[in-house]
Design a binder for this molecule. Structure first.
Ligand code: ATP
Ligand code: MG
Length: 236
């Protein structure tokens, strides 16, 4: 499992994450929601190791991760902006992280091919990012995360650059991926429908604090306050 105990993050004097307690079971799909600036991305970056936490404890699989570098946490992050290397072909983009970690070339090829099959990218492996559609680029970004075989996937608004139709399609793909891989996913979104359809558990954040944690049903039918009710779109 993955646990946060009293996790805090400040940038100078600005307290962005305040005393967050959270327990995530293996294989759970957890969605972070909350208004712009409430700290969703920062919390995700703290879990991934892209930011150091300034208080509390983070453990993954029972191991304290506070000072463990990002590459050794067994997590992979997928960004809204895809962050693909424009000068590398799809297969090189997907294998890049493994190459950096000095994984042997045949093993990289094997894992890239397998991820490409999973994401239906087989026929696109020799293209450059500029030759792909938005949805295809997003699949490459997810593929790059898959090849590292992470225990935990972290997604920061991965679909917000896509049009409505593609968003619905990719949502189903991510859901299918979760069912097939069975690993833990933590997913940040602005989109209530995305949150309600994907999540086992939703975490509502407000000003860096947890406002409520529960299943989509719980939050919808039993919001703890009007803030959560309005955010989730509960019936009046
Ligand atoms: P959005 O929905 O707009 O993406 P968010 O919930 O992801 O918002 P964060 O990006 O986590 O919000 O930012 C939370 C707060 O922390 C904001 O006030 C932001 O300005 C601040 N912040 C984030 N990164 C830094 C940084 N590197 N230095 C200083 N302040 C930061
Ligand atoms: Mg954000």
């Amino acid at each position: 499992d993955l646990t946060l105990t009293g996790v805090c993050k400040s940038f100078g004097k600005l307290e962005v994450i305040r005393n967050v307690d959270l327990q995530i079971e293996d294989g759970e799909f957890v969605v972070f929601v909350g208004p712009s600036g409430c700290g969703k991305s920062t919390l995700l970056r703290c879990i991934s190791g892209l930011e150091d936490i300034t208080g509390g404890t983070l453990t993954i699989g029972g191991e304290r991760m506070n000072d463990v570098p990002a590459a050794k946490r067994g997590v992979a992050m997928v960004f809204q902006s895809y962050a693909l290397y424009p000068h590398l072909r799809v297969r090189e983009n997907m294998g890049f992280g493994l190459k950096v970690r000095k994984v042997a070339k045949p093993e990289i090829e094997r894992r890239v091919d397998e991820a490409a099959r999973t994401l239906k990218l087989d026929s696109l492996l020799d293209r450059f990012p500029r030759e792909l559609s938005g949805g295809q680029r997003q699949r490459v970004a997810i593929g790059r995360a898959i090849v590292g075989n992470p225990e935990v996937f972290l997604f920061d608004e991965p679909l917000s650059n896509l049009d409505a139709e593609l968003r619905v399609h990719m949502r189903a793909e991510i859901s299918g991926l979760h069912k097939r891989l069975g690993n833990t996913m933590i997913y940040v979104t602005h989109d209530q429908i995305e949150a309600m359809t994907l999540a086992d558990k939703i975490v509502v954040l407000r000003d860096g604090m947890v406002e409520q944690i529960g299943s989509p049903r719980d939050l919808y039918y039993r919001p703890v306050n009007t803030f959560v009710a309005q955010f989730i779109g509960s019936p009046k």
